[in-house]
Design a protein around this ligand. Structure first.
Ligand code: MIG
Length: 794
């Protein structure tokens, strides 16, 4: 008997280890118990524990784990669940309800199915497979609806509609990536699903290598997502429009601070301007040519042998006087920092890091060494509070001479050969579990540190690697793109997609990082840069110089005119960033946000189009085409360059010469602009030019202004008012100011576009707070006061 038992045990062990080798599927099983514990509903199966929390009426979290008891931390989430959970149970279901959502939990087998409060099916587990494991790998198979579309995942290649595509999140340094490469540098495991007129969002908060398949490989039966390890931990968003889902997602993971105003100006970068003198010469050339610009960059060659927090004393002999000179010309300086700290006794950061054990190690405690620009390097453990503080404090080497912007590169982290061994440890974390969040924690350390050093001044941080939540600390750019048309279009889709995942201050290397753009592409890409949230021209070493005057006189003229347009738009742009700061809504918005149910916006011909703020629609056009196929969604549209009117809900072929990118104002658009200045330090002429395009429906715009550089806005020092347009009553109203700041604009110049052609009779006079004023053309000027201003036209 005993012998039988023994051999049975041996057999069992052999058998199960065989299974283990084959990564046998382990199913979730059925609910055996369900109970409320604190603010969670806890459901146990034989294999796992599922927990459900309500975060808000539209946000429910489900976390399914085989190893409960392990710490439940998130790098992304900054909110806590509500105090209680409303649920009721019957023999085969448990129902969790909020005012907006119903989560119906089937007990056997355990499945999670989401409905609107009034019972419309939003999203379900695949009834057969639901959640299961293979080894440590955890996957959720979900029902796929026939007409279901997906948008999101941030910086990903491919089409706007991700249906039929699959993706991997594994932050990687991918120079020379193409419009299909995956993965890239950043991880945003958040998507929006849409079907049957309904919308939902799902954020899979798991930092391991993760996978998303939107019906690419399952005969369109299922979508699925999962990760190499960790929990099936997701937040379900049930708001019934995309903007509100983004609002909830950015409520959960945080929103950006107001950006320094200077970062919205034109930025000139290169790998590398090799000396202080070269940078000063470039800066001066901008001024000599009267081409507005705000920012110059130092790429890696400003350092002494690529040692972070040092300067090359030969080429940058006196950083302070160099930066002072830049400042006197109205420029800010941004410098690059990489994470790798050169192994070199005597180098401050190396010595300190070694003394305090701040660097990643092998399991035996030896410090890990990977090779990057400085040669052999150690990598700071940004997951530790003390390491982040130390890193942050090191920035005095840059801030003391006057640097205000901090560019975080190579933080996937990148090392030559890419594959940092999986046994490398950052404190208690091994590489595979935190690779996707390393860049974000570096950006966090940079942001928190420089914010502390700079006192009340806003730092600017730009990072290449990121994870959900990075918007709290940093801007991002899309890495090493290439100088060809398809890459320009891809870049725009990535900007728009990053906007869905909370990142509003986003740039691409205008002109393309690798390769040389044709002059036509340079001109075209620059004109699109005007409508890119962060407008930075950057290029790889060895490529043609990229500054605006390198492309012949005629092209320089166009580039200059376009950069001037960017500066005119700054009041509008800054107000749009205020919207991102307040609501999470991005500045560059795929049309899928506002016109979700319009299938045309997903058409590959039109999928790159976007709204830039509330009122402008931009249609990217490749450099070899001089006409464009443009789709204008329902409503009225006006080409801003010509005033030409277009009825929405239709596609048009429009002129698109290199000096006129197709940009349209929505009927009712309210776009505050200013005169051309050479940089954001200039005061300008004090006139706020408020452009209103006629529309049949009422519209409004929140105008926002603050000092553009300090945190005083957090304490009430701002200037905010609602501007509203009411065609029924023929009125444009400037609401009472809120905030303590007086506007830097003493006058308002109101420009009434297309009013003459749209209303019966002729607009000849308007009254401003009852006082009759003559129009000159379409323009009327009056004092900007803090009290309400009503403009009536007749
Ligand atoms: O190995 O710092 O994406 O913008 O110019 C390349 C040099 C390192 C990659 C960045 C690029 C930057 C470059 N860096």
């Amino acid at each position: 008997m005993k012998r039988y038992l023994l051999s049975a045990v041996v057999l069992f062990i052999t058998y199960s280890s065989l299974f283990a080798q084959h990564m046998e599927v382990q199913i979730l099983g059925s609910a055996q118990s369900a109970a409320k514990q604190n603010n969670a509903l806890v459901i146990k199966t034989a294999e796992a524990t599922a927990r459900v929390w309500i975060y808000s009426p539209t946000v429910i979290r489900v976390s399914i784990s085989k190893n409960t008891g392990v710490s439940d931390t998130s790098f992304a989430v900054i909110q806590k669940p509500e105090g209680s959970i409303d649920s009721k149970e019957n023999s085969d279901h448990i129902e969790v309800t909020t005012s907006a959502l119903k989560l119906s939990i089937q007990k056997s087998p355990l499945r999670f199915n989401f409905y609107t409060a009034d019972g419309k099916e939003l999203s379900q587990d695949d009834s057969r497979f639901g959640v299961n494991w293979q080894g440590t790998r955890v996957i959720n198979y979900r029902k796929l609806y026939k007409d279901e579309r997906f948008i999101g995942l941030g910086e990903k290649t491919g089409d706007l509609d991700r249906r039929g595509s699959s993706y991997t999140n594994w932050n990687s340094d991918v120079p020379d990536h193409n419009p299909k490469s995956d993965p890239l540098y950043e991880t945003f495991p958040f998507f929006v699903g849409m079907h049957g007129g309904l919308t939902y969002g799902l954020f899979f908060d798991n930092t391991h290598k993760s996978y998303f398949d939107f019906g690419a490989t399952t005969d369109h039966q299922m979508s699925w997502f999962g990760a190499d390890a960790g929990d099936m931990n997701y937040y379900f968003f049930g708001a019934q429009n995309v903007a509100d889902i983004i609002k909830d997602y950015t409520w959960l993971t945080g929103r950006m601070e107001m950006p320094p105003l200077w970062t919205l100006g034109y930025q000139q970068c290169r790998w590398s301007y090799m000396s202080a003198q070269e940078i000063l010469d470039i800066a001066k050339t901008f001024r000599d040519h009267n081409i507005p610009a705000d920012v110059m960059y130092c790429d890696i060659d400003y350092m002494d042998h690529y040692k972070i927090f040092t300067w090359n004393h030969e080429t940058f002999p006196d950083p302070k006087s160099f930066i002072d000179k830049l400042k006197s010309m109205g420029f800010r300086l941004v410098t690059i920092v990489d994470p790798g700290i050169k192994v070199e006794p005597g180098y401050k950061q190396y010595d300190e890091g070694v003394a305090k054990n701040y660097f990643a190690t092998y399991p035996n405690g030896e410090k890990f060494i990977g090779e990057v620009w400085p040669g052999r390097c150690h990598f700071p453990d940004f997951f530790r509070d003390d390491v982040r503080k130390w890193w942050g404090a090191s920035f005095t080497a840059l801030t003391e001479p006057g640097v205000e912007g901090f560019w975080n590169d190579m933080n996937e982290p990148a090392a030559w050969g890419q594959n940092i061994p999986w046994m490398v440890k950052f404190g208690n974390y091994y590489m595979p579990e935190i690779r996707n969040v390393y860049g974000m924690e570096m950006a966090r350390a940079t942001h928190e540190g420089t914010k502390k050093i700079l006192g009340n001044k806003r730092p600017f941080v730009l990072t290449r690697a990121a994870y959900s939540g990075t918007q709290r600390y940093s801007a991002v750019w899309t890495g090493d793109n290439s100088a060809y048309d398809a890459h320009m279009l891809l870049g725009q889709r990535m900007v728009n997609s990053l906007g869905i995942t909370g990142m509003s201050l986003v740039g691409v290397d205008i002109g393309g990082f690798s390769g040389d753009p044709t002059p036509e592409l340079m001109v075209r890409w620059n004109s699109l840069g005007v409508y890119t949230p962060m407008f930075r021209n950057h290029a790889m070493q060895g490529t043609k110089m990229r500054e605006p005057w390198r492309w012949g006189e005629a092209n320089e003229k166009i580039i200059k005119k376009d950069i001037e347009q960017r500066y005119k738009l700054l009041p509008y742009l800054y107000s749009s960033f205020y919207q991102s700061h307040q609501t999470g809504l991005p500045v560059s918005r795929t049309l899928a946000i506002n016109y979700t149910q319009d299938t045309m916006v997903y058409n590959p011909t039109y999928q790159n189009q976007f709204l830039f703020g509330d009122g402008l629609l931009v249609a990217p056009v490749i450099s070899t085409e001089h006409t464009a196929s443009v789709y204008l969604p329902k409503g009225e549209w006006y080409r801003i360059s010509s005033g030409e009117h277009y009825e929405g809900g239709k596609a048009y072929t429009v002129d698109a010469p290199l000096n006129d990118l197709p940009v349209f104002a929505k009927g009712g658009a309210i776009v505050p602009m200013q005169n051309i200045i050479q940089n954001t330090n200039e005061k300008g002429d004090g006139i706020l030019e408020v452009n209103v395009w006629y529309g049949k429906e009422a519209s409004k715009f929140v105008y926002y202004e603050d000092d553009g550089s300090s945190y005083d806005y957090e304490h009430g020092t701002y200037h905010k008012r609602e501007i509203s347009f009411d065609p029924a009553n023929k009125r444009i109203k400037f609401g009472v100011i809120s905030g303590l700041l007086t506007s830097k604009y003493t006058k308002i110049k109101l420009v009434l576009h297309q009013f003459q052609s749209n209303i019966s009779g002729n607009v000849r006079t308007v009254s401003v707070n009852g006082e009759i004023k003559a129009l000159s053309g379409d323009v009327v000027m009056f004092d900007n006061t803090n009290s309400a201003i009503t403009v009536a036209y007749h």
